[in-house]
Design a protein around this ligand. Structure first.
Ligand SMILES: [Zn+2]
Length: 252
C-alpha cells in the first residue's frame, strides 16, 4: 500500500550506478530508509526533492528493509546552508546526530520539528551563533531521548555552589570540585558555561533568533560542543564522522 511520508533528507548515499538510498527523518514514522531508483535521471524529476536537507513529501511503497520511492513533492529547502562551508558543516553534524540517535522507524514528531527549526536557524543566523544553536540542538535532542545529564546540583553531595564543576558522563550529571575523584574521566565546566547550558536547555528555539551571546566567550560554545559530543559518544556508543571535520574547520 502506498504511503505518504513527510520528512527531511538527512543522508543520501549512492546504492548503485543510478540508484540512491535516502535516510529521511519523517514526521510520521521517525527515521526511515527510502530506495530512490534512477534518482539522478532528469525524467524522474526527483533530484531536488531528494537532495540533502530538503523537506519533501515522499510517496513510497513499504518493503522488507526499506521503502521504495514512487514520487516526491518538494516542500522546502534550506539553500543558504549549501552555499557556506561553516553552515554546511554544522548542518551535516546535526543531521548525522539525528541519524545515530535513532534506529529505523523510531523517532517523534517533536524531533522532526526540532530538526526543521534548527536547520532554519543554521541557515539564517549569524555565523558566530552557530555553535550555540548546535549546542542547544544537542541538549534538546538529549532531553527528548531521556539522556540529558542532571545539571542542577552536584550529583554526589547535592551542593549547588562550587567554583568549578565537572561533567561525569558515566553517572550522567555534574559533580563539584570536592567530590571529584582523581582517577575519573571528567570534563571541566566553569560558572559561565554551566549557566549557558541551563539557559539553552530551557530556551525556546524561536528565542535563539538574533540572540546575543555577548556574555559568553565564543570558545565556550565550541568547547561545550566537544564536551557534549564526548558525552553522546559515551552514552550511545556511536559517533559521527562529521565531528572531526567540524573540529578541524572551526579549530576546536
Ligand atoms: Zn559534590
Amino acid at each position: 500500500m502506498l504511503r505518504k511520508l513527510n520528512g527531511i533528507v538527512i543522508k543520501n548515499i549512492k546504492f548503485s550506478e543510478s540508484d540512491r538510498i535516502l535516510t529521511v527523518f519523517t514526521k510520521e514514522r521517525g527515521k526511515v530508509s527510502i530506495l530512490a531508483k534512477k534518482a539522478n535521471s532528469p525524467k524522474r524529476k526527483i533530484i531536488t526533492q531528494t537532495a540533502m536537507f530538503v523537506w519533501s513529501e515522499f510517496m513510497c511503497y513499504p518493503g522488507k528493509n526499506m521503502y521504495t520511492l514512487r514520487s516526491a513533492d518538494y516542500i522546502k529547502g534550506f539553500y543558504k546552508i549549501e552555499n557556506d562551508l561553516e553552515r554546511l558543516m554544522y548542518a551535516s553534524y546535526i543531521a548525522e546526530l539525528i541519524d545515530i540517535f535513532y534506529d529505523e522507524e523510531l523517532g517523534e514528531t517533536i524531533t522532526f520539528n526540532l530538526l526543521a527549526f534548527t536547520l532554519k536557524l543554521i541557515e539564517d543566523e549569524k555565523i558566530e551563533n552557530l555553535s550555540y544553536i548546535t549546542l542547544a540542538f544537542m541538549l534538546k535532542l538529549l532531553g527528548i531521548c531521556g539522556f540529558l545529564p542532571s545539571m542542577e546540583n552536584c550529583i554526589v553531595c547535592n551542593e549547588k555552589k562550587s567554583d568549578i564543576y565537572y561533567l561525569d558522563r558515566v553517572n550522567g550529571g555534574i559533580i563539584c570540585g570536592n567530590c571529584k575523584s582523581r582517577d575519573s574521566y571528567l570534563k571541566q565546566l566553569n560558572d559561565v558555561q554551566l549557566k549557558l547550558l541551563k539557559e539553552l536547555i530551557h530556551i525556546k528555539l524561536k528565542d535563539l533568533r538574533d540572540k546575543d551571546f555577548l556574555s559568553v566567550p565564543k570558545k565556550s560554545g565550541e568547547y561545550l560542543i566537544t564536551v557534549f559530543d564526548d558525552y553522546i559518544v559515551y552514552t550511545l556508543g556511536r559517533k559521527t564522522n562529521t565531528y572531526k571535520l567540524l573540529c578541524q574547520m572551526i579549530g576546536f
